[in-house]
Design a protein around this ligand. Structure first.
Ligand code: SAM
Ligand code: SF4
Length: 459
């Protein structure tokens, strides 16, 4: 996805925490929305242990890196960041450094011994232990807590939410799929769902406390099952959309092999369920999809797209694409380009393949596409997506769209930035509006990533 005003998968954000005895904590968050939601849980756990927020990283006594291991360059970024911290650790007596999340969970002891100046590491299932780990680290101990707890859903912990308008709500954790390229089943463990009643209660609470939008999160939301076994994700969406009709509701991520007609029907029926479906395809070649162990063919994917558009003709469909997976030929790559032209994705997250140690692909396939070829194919994919997005976005010029205003625009305080239900970024003249307002905006211009316009009712 090219340079939208607010990227859907931002690379990193931070929060700061400080306790009353001036022991302060700064958290850098790398990776996906699930990591951002986890940082809000970690913030809550640390606040309950007596810490409070500060905005001064330089005065922090504890630095936490909430890490992402999905791609090699994400892991490299953590490594580079740690190298910068190494000097500070030497200079600042008593500084405690912790790395949490997917990288230590994935690399385990190798990671801990590679960075001897890191005081503790914790995996996604052990965040409740962070206060005691920090205490031990101040006492001079090095600790790794990387156990899996396949029941941990952090119930009873009230996340300290960073946003006031739009927020994330994990409805499940972990992944039971075995996509050949992916580390997530190792880093985040087995699937487990948050009970339907808890999700509905939390969504109602968000609505009454002034939030305007929530994104329900899971690696594969279609695997959602209430503990009673009776409710699937379509039933969950049905329940939350009725419980908070004034709240916009989004979700991510759906898996193409599991997305059901029931789910699409409920989205079509309910005005507060956004008409945006993120449906990662990874490749347009059935041969690649088989090697990737995605569980569906190109034709099956296209049939699912047809089914979605039959129920929701104006749905925006976005995707993830990987260029240069093992053995990918020029013909496979052309299949990806032709699938993109056929579906005309609204936007895509596009990556070149990087081997993740220990995955099925690493153990069984050769990473035989030269890096230069991977990058050239990725570039072609990006360029095609830009053309398609630009055409689709330009098709909105002259239309009036409903936008939830989120923030001031990066470029001017006289403009606001928000999103349509289809998840398109829109920048518009502020007029009398404020973040949190739902605004009807007439679109006057478009790039491949952002629409711009003026409110219809500017007075
Ligand atoms: N659960 C989601 C699904 O199944 O579509 C995907 C979650 S994964 C964190 C996000 C995206 O990262 C994937 O859809 C894939 O495109 C990309 N990805 C994962 N492993 C990768 C790898 N080894 N190399 C390149 N991209 C990768
Ligand atoms: Fe990874 Fe596949 Fe699970 Fe998505 S569904 S998190 S790509 S294993």
């Amino acid at each position: 996805m090219q340079d939208p005003e607010v990227p859907l998968y931002p690379h990193y954000r931070y929060v700061c925490i400080v306790n009353t005895t001036s022991t302060s904590c700064f958290i850098h968050t790398f990776g996906c929305q699930m990591n951002q939601a986890d940082t809000e849980i970690v913030t809550s756990i640390l606040q309950d242990a007596g810490y409070a927020r500060t905005s001064r990283e330089e005065s922090a006594s504890i630095i936490l890196l909430n890490s992402c291991a999905v791609r090699e360059n994400a892991v490299d970024r953590i490594g580079n960041f740690l190298q910068q911290l190494k000097g500070r650790k030497r200079r600042q007596k008593g500084l405690v450094i912790g790395v949490i999340g997917c990288v230590p969970q994935f690399e385990r002891e190798a990671f801990f011994s590679a960075y001897p100046f890191v005081d503790f590491v914790a995996g996604p299932d052990t965040y409740r232990a962070l206060p005691s780990m920090i205490g031990s680290a101040f006492g001079g101990q090095r600790i790794a807590s990387l156990e899996y707890d396949h029941r941990e859903i952090y119930s009873g912990i009230e996340p300290v939410r960073e946003g006031r308008i739009s927020t994330f709500l994990p409805v499940m954790r972990g992944c039971n799929n075995h996509c050949a390229f992916c580390v997530v089943p190792v880093t985040r463990g087995r699937e487990r769902s948050v009970p339907l009643r808890s999700v509905v209660d939390e969504v109602s609470k968000l609505a009454t406390s002034g939030f305007r939008e929530v994104t329900l999160l899971g690696q594969n939301v279609n695997s959602y099952r209430d503990s009673s076994g009776s409710a699937d994700f379509a039933a969950l969406l049905d329940a939350v959309s009725l419980a908070a009709p004034q709240l916009r509701i989004r979700f991510t991520t759906s898996h193409p092999k599991d997305i059901s007609e029931d789910l699409v029907r409920v989205i079509a029926e309910r005005p507060n369920l956004c008409n945006h479906i993120h449906l990662p395809v990874q490749s347009g070649s059935t041969r690649m999809l088989e090697l990737m162990k995605r569980g569906h063919t190109r034709d099956e994917y296209l049939r699912r797209i047809g089914m979605i558009l039959r129920h929701i003709p104006d749905a925006a469909i976005t995707t993830d694409l990987i260029a240069g997976f093992c053995t990918e030929t020029e013909a496979d790559h052309r299949d990806t380009l032709s699938l993109m032209k056929e579906v005309r994705f609204d936007a895509s997250f596009m990556f070149y393949y990087s081997v993740r140690p220990g995955t099925w692909a690493d153990r069984n396939l050769e990473d035989d596409v030269p890096e230069a070829v991977k990058k050239a194919r990725l570039q072609e994919i990006i360029e095609l997506q830009n053309v398609i997005s630009q055409e689709r976005y330009r098709g909105e010029v002259g239309n009036v769209v409903e936008v939830l205003a989120e923030t001031e625009s990066k470029r001017s305080s006289l403009q606001l930035m928000g999103r349509t239900g289809t998840n398109r970024a829109v920048v518009f003249d502020r007029g009398r509006f404020n973040p949190g307002d739902l605004v009807s905006v007439k679109i006057t211009d478009a790039t491949s990533a952002t629409l711009s316009g003026t409110p219809v009712d500017a007075e």
